[in-house]
Each structure stands twice: as C-alpha cells, then as structure tokens.
Design a protein around this ligand. Structure first.
Ligand code: NAD
Length: 254
C-alpha cells in the first residue's frame, strides 16, 4: 500500500446491498475502511442497509449504478472514487443467475441470446468495466481488486451454461487484470460454492442438502465466510495475485 497512514483506506463493493457484497461492505467498514456500497438505483435495500451500517458507526456511502450498462458502470465508479477521495480496494461482486431454476446442460433450447447477453454483461463484462474505470485510482494507491467468481467457473455446472461460462470468464479476466495492473495492483478472485444468501434462500431444500452432502465441512457456507476471504485478499496477502480461491467447504474435492 502506498497510502499515507493517516488517510483512511477506501473501498467500492459492487452488488453491495445484500448477501456476499453486504457482508464484505460490513467486514471492510469494521476494519476502519470507508466503503462505497454499489446497488441498483431502484433497490431500496441499498439505502436501508447503509442506514443500518451507519447506525453502527460504520463509514458507508451509497454508489448507485448498474454494472451491466456501459457508461453507467464507469460513471458510478468515477463518482464513488470522487466521493471517497481515492480508491484502495475494489470488490467486483455484482452478479445474476438469470434463472430461478437451474437449466441442465442438456436443455439447450432453454438457453437464448437474451440470457447469454444478460449474464455476460453483468457477471463478466461488468467486472472489466468497473476495473478499467478504477485502474488509475488503484494504481495511485497501490491497491487491490477481488472479483466474485463461482465454483461454476471452476469446472462445475452451476445454474446454467452461460452462468458457468460467465464465471469461468471472471477467473480468466482476474488473471489478465493481474498481469495488466502489475506491479501496482493485485487482482484475485473468490469462487464460492453454494452460499446462504438471498440468492439461494428460496432454493428447494433438496438442492441445499445435495450440496451439504458433497461438502467435507458439514455446514452451509455463509456470506461472512466469503467476505472474510475477500478482506484477506484485499488487505493481506501481499504476494498473492492472479489467483482464484475456492470457498466451498471442500465440495469440489470430495
Ligand atoms: P445476492 O443476490 O444477494 O447479491 C447480488 C447483488 O448484486 C444484489 O444486491 C443485486 O441487486 C446486485 N446486482 C445484480 N445485478 C446488478 C447490476 N447490474 N449492477 C449492480 N448490482 C447488481 O446474491 P449473492 O449470493 O450475494 O451473490 C453475490 C455474488 O456471488 C454474485 O456474483 C454471484 O454470482 C456469486 N455467487 C453466489 C453464490 C451463492 O450460492 N449465493 C455462489 C457462487 C457465486
């Protein structure tokens, strides 16, 4: 970190109003980091969660914007950097499944252009848009990026073929950004398995139990488990870059 000791560290977390993003906002802010929480402009969860965190004495501000829209994403990042007065950490976490029920790989007819474009635009290109817009500020601070991939990007099927491809893309973009922003900025990713967040809340019990049965550590992964690793990769880990850390209780090695 090139930052002055007396200057508070700053972070931007995309998709920060719920689940893994919200846990990351809270974990960073609890470490004294000033955090800009990105949320969709019409998502009331954003202002509500910010109010709750601020009531706990945490320094969290709002960064409304949509990472899937070219121009809108970059403007959101630029505004956040201006509001924060610089940027030390970027967490590219916003993501969508695009389908409530998983689409088996064999059901090609259920996958259309619209689903492909939505998933690539949000989950993959969104990561690059925000990173590109933040690159100068992160280089100035000697900062770090963490992207949220998925075990679906590490060889598992995930909720659909385009979802898995978007998350494999995140693993690849993580390596490319690590090369491209070195030596000033470290870039890593986390690849969660099934995590107990609003994303999985309404999934059938059998689907949750199937994951648990495959896991070596017999409890569901919590958003806080993932946030802890995100914070470690951002604030510690000075010699780790270009890597994707799987957080799945051993599911993919069982
Ligand atoms: P979540 O639905 O609680 O969080 C996703 C957040 O992203 C939401 O707040 C949503 O409003 C926001 N978002 C969606 N599209 C956006 C956009 N275009 N611009 C800005 N914000 C947007 O779910 P979560 O489980 O916390 O998911 C966070 C990340 O973790 C996602 O990238 C997801 O793919 C990944 N992930 C989740 C799981 C899981 O089991 N929950 C597993 C692997 C990976």
């Amino acid at each position: 970190m090139k930052n002055q000791i007396d200057k508070p560290r700053t972070a931007l977390v995309t998709g920060g109003a719920s689940g893994i993003g919200l846990a990351s906002v809270a974990a960073l802010a609890q470490q004294g980091v000033r955090v800009a929480m990105n949320h969709l402009e019409d998502d009331s969860q954003g202002p509500e969660q910010i109010e709750k965190l601020r009531a706990q004495g945490l320094d969290v501000i709002s960064a409304p914007g949509n990472v899937s829209i070219p121009g809108n994403a970059e403007a959101m990042v630029e505004r956040a950097i201006a509001d924060l007065g610089g940027l030390d950490y970027l967490v590219n976490n916003a993501g969508i499944a695009g389908t409530r029920d998983p689409i088996p790989a064999s059901e090609l007819d259920r996958i259309d252009e619209e689903l492909w474009m939505a998933l690539l635009n949000t989950n993959l290109i969104g990561v690059f848009r925000c990173s590109k817009a933040a690159a100068t500020a992160l280089r100035d601070s000697g900062g770090a990026i963490v992207n949220t991939a998925s075990t679906a990007g590490m060889g598992l099927q995930g909720s659909s073929t385009p979802y898995a491809a978007s998350k494999s893309g995140v693993v690849s973009v993580t390596r490319s950004l690590a090369r491209g922003l070195a030596p000033d900025v470290r870039v890593n990713a986390v690849a969660p398995g099934q995590v107990a967040t609003p994303w999985t809340k309404d999934w059938p019990q059998e689907r949750k139990e199937a994951a648990l049965n495959k896991m070596l550590i017999k409890r569901h992964v919590q958003a806080e488990d993932v946030a802890q690793t995100i914070v470690y990769l951002l604030t510690g880990a000075p010699m780790i870059t270009g890597q994707t850390i799987v957080i799945d209780g051993g599911m993919t090695v069982s």
